[in-house]
Design a binder for this molecule. Structure first.
Ligand code: FES
Length: 246
């Protein structure tokens, strides 16, 4: 059941759902849920949403209205219930040491829960405009927008030029593929080895059956975002092929 609904930015919603103790025990940062947005025949498949954060009795998702499925979801009101499958997939490996979190647009949606579970020292968050820029109070953040409407003007890779990469033991990265690839290329090789990416792909089933979420792996095979990921070591992905097939 939705216990709180808020449009936090134009077309970007925050839903808080009541959740069971059993569900929350399994809901590690980086895992996701599949939500049946409508009981009607269309949309046919459930939609995947990163778990943004959890409390003792609830979970939060943040999503943008980008198509019919999310349009229908945005119309659901507080007090209504939705069918939800999860938590699914593999989340972040919560290593000790200092963390740097890098997010592009809605890619940062899963960071609140992650930041609460680790030693997060810095977030670098970028978006096209301030209307798409997620920010989270209480964590040192460098915000950047392409049009300069909030934070610095430029791309996420710009402030990374001055980041002390070797002061971080762990890096989390999530956002559009081109952005993630540009970030990885701007990193020292040693930092790539400690980077975990949250891969976004079209999910059909969410549990490994349809293969709709396959992305190219660095070893020549394919990885299923829903069961191998969505959080994967950056070095497990073939970035050239992944960007090329989109
Ligand atoms: S979503 Fe069906 S196999 Fe991954």
């Amino acid at each position: 059941m939705i216990i709180e609904k808020e449009e936090i930015l134009p077309g970007i919603f925050r839903f808080e759902f009541k959740a069971s103790e059993e569900f929350l025990r399994e809901a590690e940062p980086g895992r996701f849920v599949q939500i049946e947005v409508s009981s009607e025949p269309f949309p046919v498949t459930r939609r995947p949403f990163t778990i943004s954060k959890c409390s003792y009795n609830s979970l939060v998702i943040i999503f943008e209205v980008v198509g019919r499925g999310t349009e229908i979801l945005a119309e659901v009101d507080e007090g209504q219930s939705l069918r939800m499958l999860g938590p699914l997939g593999h989340g972040y490996t919560l290593n000790s040491g200092k963390w740097l979190l890098i997010g592009g647009g809605l890619g940062a949606a899963g960071f609140p829960g992650l930041a609460a579970s680790i030693d997060c020292r810095l977030m670098v968050l970028g978006a096209a405009t301030k209307d798409k820029l997620l920010t989270f109070p209480g964590i040192e953040t460098i915000a950047i927008t392409e049009d300069g409407s909030s934070g610095r003007k430029g791309l996420v890779t710009d402030p990374l030029k001055t980041v002390q990469w070797d002061s971080f033991s762990n890096i989390a990265l999530c956002g559009p593929i081109a952005m993630m690839r540009a970030v990885i290329e701007s990193m020292p090789v040693e930092s790539r080895k400690i980077t975990q990416v949250s891969a976004e792909a079209r999910m059909g089933c969410g549990w490994g059956a349809c293969e709709g979420c396959s992305i190219p792996g660095a070893d020549g095979g394919y990885l299923k975002c829903c069961t191998d990921g969505p959080v994967l070591p950056a070095e497990a992905v073939d970035w050239d092929m992944w960007e090329g097939i989109l």
